[in-house]
Design a protein around this ligand. Structure first.
Ligand SMILES: Cc1ncc(C[n+]2csc(CCOP(=O)(O)OP(=O)(O)O)c2C)c(N)n1
Ligand SMILES: [Mg+2]
Length: 582
């Protein structure tokens, strides 16, 4: 049975080589064509796996794992539409520079384009959303097995080097797929040099994009005379990056505006303008605080008000520093775009500043900081005054309560925006993940499952009702994981009530509001999550504290009202603006 032996050998090489490259977490859904890969995975003592029945979920779990660890996970699927189900997560990973290794099983060439069962055109299915793709031939003992190893090494390297992202290996397997249980010994034909070693067959020395020193010097000369500059910390991959950006803001003497995904919005150093989004809602403040320069790090910031503010004032210089080469300039006003490791750039700029200190205006930075602190107090007073469990209050309570050592995932739509705008300025500096590359509301529960596995921490997921319904079956992945799902159930898409379309009474509700009229108690029971439906702040706090200290998953459902939610947002912003005008 040469075919089965060749399949076993190649699958063993692929799984073991990925592990040697540091890709040791495999997200798997059941299927037949991928049998050789799954059999090799099951026998590899160093590999860890997450098994779930839905490929869309396993792909998002791989994404969440990589967000937690900075390392790619591998995604194994059978052939056909199973492969297509990976696309949403792959789009998000490609857009946000998250590494991932896709292993899709396929039929051999004689069955392609023949109408054979579960056979579709797979090799280029992900188009430009993968950084690299390769269609391996069906395993054969006549092909040098070293070629399999060098292909895997190239794939792992291309996923992890700049620009990071998904890579795709399409893997054809001919039947019989694996040897029978009786003939199930170790694979033979393993390259000798590799068998004797513990590391990868080809070791890639990765280069980090480093910025030319002369460029950095010139940039510092542009930045140092600026009196009124802003540092924006957009979405960053780690706490270390966030802290490096905090340090640079101090060096410049400019206020730091930390996005919810910056890893320093929660548990920051106390010197940032955490409530900048709330401040910018106040037209007078925004007009009186025009920046001369902006230095932006990482992914796009969530705040639409910040985007509009910067576009209106057209700061010059406006510098964007990112770890990949892609443009971040929706308003077409960026003057310098720097591709660099975030920490490396901060170190380089620090070096360039030596002996040539920044000449910032101290009252400018203090002005932002003090206004932000006043806004924070105004939010507390207003929320306490209302008493009811409103969406911004729940986001604020979670940010204040979540302990060190935990992790937080925020869904697209209002949950992540409320966290951005209304989270407390202090709190624990927990890692925060949000799928804001392409801002989908899909796959969020699965992302949280992968994030929990990757961080090894208890995780809180703050999510809207539609996003939870969208990924309901991923609740099955939470079994045994300490994940607390806090669902803000406003019976539909609450974000749309903030848009001009909400004035169109004749069609708004059925097409945008989209009320589903569901509660999540039955889903919690179906998937084995403990369930609470608190009706007051006290009940929420007690349910949340209990849930986050449990070993298993919990679901806390908070019922809110979409119209009331618009009103409370308005009230909070007005209260903060009023403080400024006193
Ligand atoms: C996959 C996907 N489909 C549609 C959208 C458009 N969309 C943005 S927000 C939103 C509503 C989300 O509702 P919910 O999760 O309940 O959050 P809420 O708006 O109520 O805060 C939709 C449908 C999207 N971002 N992603
Ligand atoms: Mg909703």
């Amino acid at each position: 049975m040469e075919t089965a032996r060749a399949n076993r050998l190649w699958a063993h090489l692929i799984v073991e080589e990925l592990v040697r490259c540091g890709v040791d977490f495999f997200c798997v859904a059941p299927g037949s064509r991928s049998t050789p890969l799954v059999a090799a995975l099951a026998k590899n003592a160093k590999a860890k796996s997450l098994v779930h029945f839905d490929e869309r979920g396993t792909a998002f779990a791989a994404l969440g794992y990589a967000r937690a660890t900075g390392r790619p996970a591998a995604w194994i699927t059978t052939s056909g539409t199973a492969v297509a189900n990976g696309l949403p997560a792959i789009v998000e990973a490609a857009t946000d520079g998250v590494p991932m290794v896709l292993l899709t099983a396929d039929r051999p060439p004689e069955l392609r384009q023949t109408g054979a069962n579960q056979t579709i055109d797979q090799p280029d299915i992900f188009g430009d959303f993968v950084r690299w793709r390769f269609d391996l031939p069906a395993p054969s003992l006549d092909v040098d097995p070293s070629s399999v190893l060098t292909t895997v090494d190239q794939a792992a390297y291309r996923a992890g080097r700049s620009p990071k992202g998904p890579v795709h290996l399409n893997l054809m397997f001919r039947e019989p797929l694996i040897p029978g249980p009786g003939e199930d010994g170790a694979p033979d034909g393993v390259p000798k040099r590799w068998r004797a070693a513990a590391g990868p067959y080809t070791r890639y020395a990765a280069t980090e994009p480093a910025v030319d020193e002369a460029e950095v010097e010139a940039l510092w000369e542009r930045l140092r005379p600026v009196g009124r500059g802003l540092v924006v910390a957009g979405r960053l991959a780690s706490r270390a990056q966030g802290e490096a950006v905090e340090g640079l803001a101090d060096l410049l003497g400019w206020p730091l505006l930390p996005d919810a995904g910056s890893q320093v919005r929660l548990g920051g150093n106390g010197r940032s303008a955490a409530f900048y989004d709330v401040l910018l809602a106040d037209g007078a403040f925004a007009e009186g605080h025009a920046p001369e320069a902006v230095l932006h790090f990482g992914g796009r910031a969530l705040s639409k008000r910040l985007e509009g503010f910067v576009a209106r004032h057209r700061p010059d210089p406006y510098v964007v520093v990112r770890e990949h080469p892609f443009r971040l300039d929706p308003a077409h006003i960026v003057t310098h775009s720097v591709e660099s490791g975030i920490e490396a750039f901060c170190v380089a700029l620090g070096r360039a500043s030596s002996g040539r200190p920044a000449r910032s205006d101290a009252s400018w930075a203090a002005g932002w900081r003090e206004a932000s602190a006043r806004a924070g107090s105004a939010l507390d007073r207003t929320l306490a005054g209302r008493g009811a469990l409103e969406e911004p209050l729940v986001a604020r309570l979670v940010s204040a309560e979540i302990p060190e050592g935990h992790g937080l995932v925020a869904a697209s739509s209002m949950p992540v925006r409320d966290l951005d705008a209304f989270a407390v300025a202090g709190g624990a500096g927990v890692p925060v993940a949000a799928n804001r590359g392409a801002s989908g509301i899909d796959g969020t529960v699965a992302t949280a499952a992968g994030f929990a596995r990757g961080t090894g921490r208890p995780v809180t997921l703050l999510i809207g009702d539609l996003a939870l319904l969208h990924d309901l079956n991923s609740l099955a992945m939470l079994r045994g994981l300490p994940v607390t799902v806090v669902v803000l159930n406003n019976d539909g898409g609450g974000i749309f009530s903030f848009l001009p379309v909400s004035a169109h009474d004749s069609f708004f509700e059925p097409f945008f509001g989209t009320p589903q009229g569901v509660g999540f108690g039955h889903a919690a029971a179906m998937f084995g999550l403990s369930y609470e439906e608190p009706g007051s702040t006290e009940e929420f706090l007690s349910a949340y504290r209990k849930a986050i200290s449990a070993d298993g998953p919990s679901l806390i459902e908070v019922g809110t009202d979409r119209d009331g939610n618009v009103a409370v947002h308005r009230e909070l912003l007005e209260a903060a603006a009023r403080v400024e005008q006193i």
